[in-house]
Write a protein that binds this ligand. Structure first.
Ligand code: ZN
Ligand code: ZN
Length: 415
């Protein structure tokens, strides 16, 4: 906090913020916050981050702006129809506050959001509208130990929860008991993924988005100044707002014993930055690089990859090369007999890539084609049992685009 007499309220846009004793403006200016989803809630969260002067705001959203978004999106106008939400939001935030830097990506979070970006953030805000994306973001944040703030809204009610690895519950822990968690993450019930119904339009209002997005950013400030707020944040808890009664409450979320997400937390000392490695290189090329770190290393892919399908009815065999989460029911039909596989047991899967044992097609595939996201981590296991996580650091400068492009500072790192 600064003495009032020393402030210039006419010329200093942050003069009022400097009067707040709990707000560390210098910390905010150097902080990096990733917002995933730039819809109704995302607009509100982003607007608040920019007004508060959070220094580096990263925005992910794959969608483009539609007319129907305008009833709930302060950052978009009628002139923005058809434009990228992430890019438009990044531009608008710079107009709101020229002192913040914004970065955007309008790719798919499944293939473009890697742990390398997340582990360089101070906090992550999830403004998502479907469970699959939340499951993914939860897993990524938990792997690299970054706190994330989830929110959900209807037309009157909304909630916010904060997950703070390695302690307390994660998003999967908090799923209802009767939910088949393993099916949700595609790990046990071996059914080929059904095409996600994640485009459902939940009727929402700007008022509830505004309440929830504000609570998210308030909690984000606490995460950025964690010591000060110890015991007073929403970490491990859920805030509910009931619009019908203008009531709110906070409840604790239990950590669930045996939740596998917690086992995935990576010891940061095992992460090896590989400036020349990127998601467009082949598995074989990464293996060559991996062997300099670990002798006789093989790679463990983040998801199972389907390498062959053998028709259960007529025996015809078809080579495949698809990460399992991207293989949907209806994608495969036997050319000889018209059979459609429904069970994964008909499909040969692998999640290992080894120089000696893997088929050539697998070795020659790019990491991206094998389901490794841009700027992701790839697990390498050596013959001696040692494990390292190879970071595709070569993707760093393509993982987000700075807005506006740095002038006369080409080659500047965006991280
Ligand atoms: Zn959990
Ligand atoms: Zn067949």
């Amino acid at each position: 906090m600064v003495e009032e007499e020393t402030l210039d309220f006419r010329a200093d846009r942050d003069a009022t913020l400097k009067l707040i004793d709990w707000f560390d403006i210098d910390r905010a200016r150097t902080s990096k916050v990733l917002v995933v989803g730039a819809g109704a809630i995302g607009n509100e969260a982003l607007k608040n981050l920019a007004l508060l002067g959070v220094g580096h705001i990263y925005i992910f959203d794959r969608d483009t702006i539609e007319m129907s978004n305008l009833s709930r999106s302060v950052l978009y106008t009628g002139a923005d129809m058809g434009q990228s939400k992430a890019h438009t939001a990044a531009r608008r935030l710079r107009e709101i506050n020229a002192s913040v830097r914004t970065y955007w990506n309008d790719g798919d979070i499944y293939s473009d959001l890697g742990e390398g970006l997340i582990r360089r953030m101070d906090a992550v805000i999830g403004c998502l509208d479907n469970m699959n994306a939340r499951l993914l973001l939860n897993r990524l944040c938990w792997r690299v130990g970054k706190p994330w703030i989830d929110a959900g809204i209807g037309s009157l009610n909304g909630h916010v929860r904060v997950f703070h690895p390695p302690n307390g519950p994660c998003y999967e822990c908090a799923l209802p008991e009767d939910h088949d968690r393993r099916q949700a993450v595609g790990e046990s019930c071996r059914v080929i993924a059904r095409r996600q119904v994640d485009q459902g339009r939940i009727p929402t209002t700007p008022t509830i988005a505004s309440i929830v997005g504000a609570v998210q950013v308030q909690e984000c400030l606490k995460l950025l100044d964690a010591k000060r707020w110890e015991g007073r944040s929403l970490a491990g808890r859920q805030f509910d707002f009931y619009g019908e009664f203008a009531a709110a409450d906070v409840t604790g979320l239990p950590a669930r014993e045996g939740c596998l997400v917690h086992d995935e937390t990576i010891d940061p000392h095992l992460i090896v930055e590989m400036p020349k490695a990127h998601s467009q290189m082949t598995a074989a090329a990464l293996m060559v690089a991996a062997k300099r770190v670990l002798p006789d290393a093989y790679l463990v892919l983040p998801d199972e990859v389907a390498v062959e399908w053998r028709c259960r009815l007529c025996g015809a065999a078809y080579p495949l090369l698809r990460p399992l989460p991207s293989l949907y029911q209806g994608d495969l039909i036997c050319e000889s007999c018209g059979h459609e596989p429904t069970w994964e047991s008909e499909i040969k899967l692998t999640h290992k890539v080894s120089a000696n044992h893997s088929p050539r097609a697998l070795l020659e595939a790019t990491l991206r084609a094998l389901g490794v996201p841009r700027f992701g981590l790839v697990e390498a296991r050596g013959s001696n049992g040692e494990v390292r996580f190879l970071e595709l650091t070569g993707d760093a400068n393509q993982s987000v685009i700075a807005e506006p492009p740095p002038v006369s500072r080409t080659g500047d790192s965006v991280l």
